[in-house]
Design a protein around this ligand. Structure first.
Ligand SMILES: NC(=O)c1ccc[n+]([C@@H]2O[C@H](COP(=O)([O-])OP(=O)(O)OC[C@H]3O[C@@H](n4cnc5c(N)ncnc54)[C@H](OP(=O)(O)O)[C@@H]3O)[C@@H](O)[C@H]2O)c1
Length: 169
């Protein structure tokens, strides 16, 4: 599995159940990278999408501890064992973790590659973070773009590689 996320200078990714920054060029990158793939997310991330609806043209796997939780158009799983059994059905490079903070934090060690949009900004009152991938054991930066500008923000597209991804268990 790989992951994709947009984080700011403090590795913040969310505020009040939503994204902090709205950057159309980054949205396009997310769409391009995730289309046709199997995307994995927590319940709160699904609820942050317009109408709480799953993403079209992707298999949407959603994690919730509520056994009755089964939103239309999703594959619901209820713990990490169920999640791992489900994603084992797909080729490794077709599974993409798309959030949120809790899943990134718990599951980064299983990921091989992280596509991280590094946003050169910071905001107060944020409440959801990912780990600092520059200091996370096993992770190194493979490539980073020149700074790009859109919607008043400066950002870079970075790819981080995990030298020793954990086996699903
Ligand atoms: N910047 C970005 O790229 C990006 C991407 C995605 C999301 N976000 C932001 O991140 C925030 C959401 O992140 P979050 O950490 O609050 O929530 P989340 O990770 O999206 O979802 C957490 C929920 O997932 C379920 N879950 C997690 N681990 C589980 C486990 N081991 N077993 C069973 N269920 C489990 C639980 O659902 P139940 O409570 O139903 O049990 C939990 O409440 C939002 O602000 C969103 O906009 C940002």
């Amino acid at each position: 599995m790989d992951l994709i996320v947009a984080a700011d200078k403090n590795w913040a990714i969310g505020k009040g159940g939503d994204l902090i920054y709205s950057i159309p060029e980054d949205m396009k990158f997310f769409r391009r990278t995730s289309l046709g793939k199997t995307v994995v997310m927590g319940r709160k991330t699904l609820e942050s999408f317009p109408g709480g609806k799953p993403l079209p043209k992707r298999v949407n796997i959603v994690l919730s501890s509520n056994p009755d939780y089964a939103p239309e158009g999703t594959v619901a799983v209820h713990n990490y064992a169920e999640l791992f059994a489900e994603i084992a059905k797909y080729p490794e490079d077709e599974v993409l973790l798309i959030g949120g903070g809790r899943l990134y934090t718990d599951l980064a060690k299983y990921c091989r590659r992280a596509y991280i949009t590094l946003i050169d900004a910071e905001t107060e009152g944020v409440d959801t973070f990912i780990p600092n991938f520059d200091e996370l054991e096993g992770w190194t930066i493979e490539s980073v773009s020149e700074p790009l500008e859109d919607a008043g923000y400066s950002f870079r597209f970075a790819t981080y590689i995990n030298s020793n991804p954990a086996v699903y268990s």
